[in-house]
Ligand binder design. Structure first.
Ligand code: TYD
Length: 237
């Protein structure tokens, strides 16, 4: 007999997310470094901006570690191929667990050591992607996705998140052709993901800063440098 108890039960995500004790993130361990995550829908231009920001902060004398999810560790490399390039069908819960397995390895082997060494870690996608894609995008139980995500990141929470936000049509025009599992999903999926990111930004406006990513590369770069510069300055005080 197949077990049904505890099975993954996708259902419609709530249209709005209310702040509640259940949604609050745990206190993170004290560490000298800074974790900045960069989020957004496919085609928002994150990777380009991570490279530019890493160069900008590096030129100002910061110790910067630029990394990404999925795929920054040896296991992550294999998981990335499986998640993005393979045509193997994945149950939504299996998909979630594979992204989280990538995060477990990434946090423990890359992010936590870099933070302990005092680096500014720039991470191209992190937990908000999981909540936006596997929660909102897949129309799963968002609170449940959050709980699983919390287990994976060992109390590490981003200090600052840059949400590169633009309309789905603008992002998909930039992508030109679909090259992986998520890019080939329909616009309605990407719209749910965008709405999910915006809901997360509304829920945690201090941590998550929306950047208008519909502008050209230099315009987005200038805005990011301004936001991060001000944020680092305020933190020093
Ligand atoms: P990414 O490397 O940003 O794609 P690209 O090479 O196009 O910039 O991310 C890979 C894909 O993985 C992206 O479509 C989003 C998806 N993803 C999730 O669905 N959940 C997650 O937790 C993460 C980290 C990524």
């Amino acid at each position: 007999m197949p077990r049904t108890r505890g099975a993954w039960t996708p259902r419609r995500a709530p249209a709005t997310v209310r702040a509640s004790a259940e949604l609050e993130l745990p206190t993170q361990p004290t560490r000298p470094g800074t974790l900045i995550t960069i989020e957004g829908i496919d085609g928002a231009g994150k990777s380009t901006q991570v490279d530019l920001l890493a160069a900008h902060l590096g030129a100002r004398g910061h110790h910067v570690v630029a990394t990404r999810e999925p795929g920054a560790t040896p296991l992550g490399h294999e998981l990335r191929r499986l998640l993005l390039q393979s045509e193997i069908a994945l149950e939504p819960f299996a998909e979630l667990l594979l992204f989280l397995a990538d995060r477990v390895e990434h946090v423990r082997r890359v992010i936590a050591p870099a933070l302990a060494a005092g680096a500014i870690v720039l991470c191209d996608r992190f937990s908000d992607s999981t909540i936006a894609y596997q929660g909102y995008g897949r129309e799963a139980d968002v609170a449940r996705v959050r709980r699983w995500d919390e287990e994976s990141r060992a109390g590490i929470t981003p200090d600052l998140t840059l949400l590169l936000d633009c309309p789905v049509a603008v992002a998909s025009a930039r992508r030109r052709h679909a090259t992986d599992r998520y890019q080939s999903l329909d616009p309605a999926f990407h719209q749910r993901v965008r709405d999910g990111f915006l809901a997360l930004a509304a829920l945690e406006p201090t941590r998550v800063r929306r950047v208008d990513a519909s502008r050209d590369v230099a315009g987005v770069r200038d805005e990011i440098e301004r936001v991060v510069g001000t944020w680092l300055e305020e933190r020093r005080r």
